[in-house]
Design a protein around this ligand. Structure first.
Ligand SMILES: [Zn+2]
Length: 313
């Protein structure tokens, strides 16, 4: 590799969140993650114009995972490229690109059982309809281990890093260890103040894999995640900050795991608390955020720990 490949963050605001996509300025340009339906036209087009690039020249749409705020803009972006960009996603999260209904089903399967909101399914359905620009079949399904050729001598390798979702992947610009992880490194969570992951054991081993094997020189995050004091990390981390983010994520997962094991052994009790039936866990961890605010990382993560506990004890 001669010159390092430039990476530009593309930001579009959405409610409590900043949605981050990243432009990889390769001979065949790529965009990692797509925000929501409005993001390509409103966020990406002007941001690319400002650096002298055109959205119709983008040739790769690299999705880190299937959540609506990462793939919601995929169809719209693909259309803006004249349907010429290849759309890449892990096969385990591909159903979320093919179907809006799959997002509602995920809510019903997990979070609905903890959140007392009779309108939630209607709200989830509306959100999927507004926020996702269109259902589509991906061009390329990956499992991890693939290498994508972005023209010249630029290659991007795909690494499966499940945990946040089953189909989370990291894209790595080879030779400069620029690593795009979407939401797979949660630290203390984003606006909601709690890390969100579906599968605790997978989350832990993916974090270790990133720390010990991938060893990012530059780490690009999907949101400004926070440290223990609630201070946001940026979304572009250097080597030192990347190590801190990975270690901080591992440390918090270990604390949560320790707390849930003790309380799950003692038996879960329903209560009037909004954290029910995990109120003692929230109290021990000092979590005071609103666990009903979607996407509700607290209940997603607690459900993951409970599933793991039930399988191993
Ligand atoms: Zn996510």
């Amino acid at each position: 590799m001669t010159e390092p490949v430039a990476v530009h963050p593309l930001v579009s605001p959405w409610g409590r969140f900043g949605l981050y996509s990243f432009f990889i300025d390769a001979p065949e340009p790529a965009i990692v993650d797509t925000g929501i339906a409005s993001s390509p036209a409103e966020g990406m087009v002007p941001a690319l114009e400002a650096i002298g690039r055109r959205i119709e020249d983008v040739r790769w749409i690299l999705l880190t995972h299937g959540h609506i705020d990462h793939l919601g803009g995929a169809r719209a972006l693909w259309e803006l490229t004249g349907r010429r960009a290849r759309v890449v996603i892990h096969e385990a999260d591909a159903p979320l690109l093919r179907s809006r209904r799959a997002h509602v089903d995920q809510y019903v399967d997990v979070r609905q059982q903890y959140i007392d909101n009779p309108d939630a399914v209607e709200e989830q359905t509306q959100a999927a309809n507004c926020v996702i620009s269109g259902e589509m079949e991906p061009t390329m399904l990956v499992r991890g281990g693939e290498t994508l050729a972005l023209g010249g001598d630029v290659t991007v390798s795909v690494h499966h890093i499940p945990g946040h979702t089953a189909g989370s992947v990291a894209y790595v610009i080879d030779g400069q260890q620029s690593v795009f992880v979407g939401d797979a490194v949660q630290i203390h969570g984003a606006a909601n103040g709690f890390p969100g992951y579906e599968d605790p054991a997978a989350y832990r081993s993916s974090l270790r894999y990133l720390r010990d094997e991938v060893r990012p020189q530059h780490l690009y995050l999907g949101h400004p995640y926070r440290n223990a004091d609630g201070v946001p990390f940026g979304v572009e981390l250097d080597r030192e900050a990347a190590r801190n983010a990975l270690q901080g994520s591992l440390d918090l997962e270990a604390r949560i795991d320790d707390a849930v094991r003790r309380y799950f052994h003692a038996g879960l009790r329903e209560s009037d608390s909004v954290y029910s039936p995990f109120a003692p866990v929230a109290e021990e961890l000092g979590y005071t955020g609103d666990p009903t605010l979607e996407p509700s990382p607290f209940f997603t993560t607690m459900h993951g720990h409970l599933t793991q506990f039930n399988q191993t004890s």
